[in-house]
Each structure stands twice: as C-alpha cells, then as structure tokens.
Design a protein. Structure first.
Length: 224
C-alpha cells in the first residue's frame, strides 16, 4: 500500500534509517549513496504529500525522482540520492536494482525471457540464502537462458540447492545447465556415481567436467 502523506518527528537518527522506513511504508525504492547512510538527521513534518516531504527532507542533496506514466496519473516509482554536487553526470541504475522484491517476483512471469533472467539474478543477489525457491522455479522455465542464469547465480553466491532439484536438472536439454549442475553436485554424496553416468553425455564439455570430478575424487581417495 502506498503512503500518500508523511508525518515525521525524527530526532538523532541517521538519514539511511529514515529513508529506509519511508521506502518500506511507501512502497517506493529509495537508493541512497553510501556516504549519506550514517549522516545524523532530525526533522519534523506534519501531513505533507509524499513527494513534497521527500523534497524537503532531501533539499541539501542531489536527488533524482523517477515517475511512471503506466497508470494515470503518473506516480513516483523510485528515488536516487547523492551527496550535494555528486549527482551531475550520473545515471539511474537498472530497474532490477531498485525494483521491489515483489516487482522482481512478478517479472519472473514476464513474457520476455531476458526480463525473467535479470529478475532471477537480482532476486538471488537480494535474497541470498532465501533464494532457493526462486532458483528451483527458474529451473523449470521454458527458456535455457533463464535456467542457466539461475544455476550460475546460485553457484556464484554459494547458494546450496536441494540435491533432488539438482538431480532433476541433470536431464536438462541444455548442456550449459547440465555442466553447471555437475559442478554444483561435485561435493555432494554420490558425486562419483553421478559423474560416471555423465561420461556418456552428448556434450564434450559435460564429459570433461565429469572426468574432472572423478579425477579430483580419485586424488582425494574417494569413490563416492
């Protein structure tokens, strides 16, 4: 739900704390430069429109306001805040970096596979260990790019997926997905048996990865 008006009575807080509270309650992403997060802040506002209140609150900084006209009338969708004099020449970041988590989850159902892929990457980065369900859902996507991005993002972030989900991905039609799945399973129980089966994979890259896993297990004296 949008917060249309602001009531503030803030004393001895930080600018980062205040903007985070407003962002969450208003449903408007506010991206604050790191240098401003810990700035001491005090202000009183009583029943002022959201945009007017933000302008008063941020009058000493460089600020970008993004309005969307997808629904009439146009509405505030995001705010970027930089230290005074540092906003010149800067451009707003891509939407997947400021969109709300709820918006990113909606993008996972977008008709454009590129949008779905970016949404998955952003959700993994944002949710970290809580992104397992997001990745598992993406692994069932019809588009290879989305499935590949999901596994690559999980591996890069250290996200541990359920073994059952990874075993299912071993049958993926994409060689890239099968390759990444083998990599994810390399330290799991049964990795040796899984890698041995992958020696017959139609992709030479997957076969090479399987052989690499078996060689590593042999060097460790393991046959699992």
């Amino acid at each position: 739900m949008w917060l249309d008006r602001l009531w503030l009575d803030v004393r001895a807080r930080t600018l980062g704390f205040v903007l985070e509270e407003i962002s969450q309650k208003a449903g408007v992403p506010i991206l604050l430069a790191e240098a401003l997060h810990d700035r001491p802040f005090s202000l009183q506002l009583q029943d002022v429109p959201l945009e007017a209140g933000l302008r008063e609150l941020l009058k000493e900084e460089d600020v970008f306001f993004f309005y969307s006209a997808e629904k009439a009338p146009s509405s505030l969708k995001a705010v970027w805040v930089y230290p005074k004099g540092q906003g010149r020449g800067l451009e707003p970041v891509p939407p997947e970096q400021w969109a709300s988590t709820r918006e990113l989850e909606r993008w996972m159902a977008d008709r454009d596979a590129a949008v779905r892929s970016r949404a998955v990457a952003a959700l993994i980065e944002r949710k970290r260990e809580g992104a397992s369900e997001v990745v598992q859902r993406a692994l069932r996507d019809d588009d290879e790019r989305v499935r590949t991005q999901a596994l690559h993002g999980a591996l890069s972030s250290g996200l541990e997926l359920p073994t059952a989900a990874l075993l299912e991905a071993l049958d993926d039609p994409s060689a890239d997905v099968r390759f990444l799945t083998l990599e994810a399973l390399a330290e799991r129980p049964g990795a040796g048996e899984i890698a041995a089966r992958a020696l017959d994979d139609p992709s030479p890259h997957v076969r090479e990865k399987a052989q690499e896993i078996l060689s590593q297990l042999k060097a460790k004296g393991e046959t699992r």
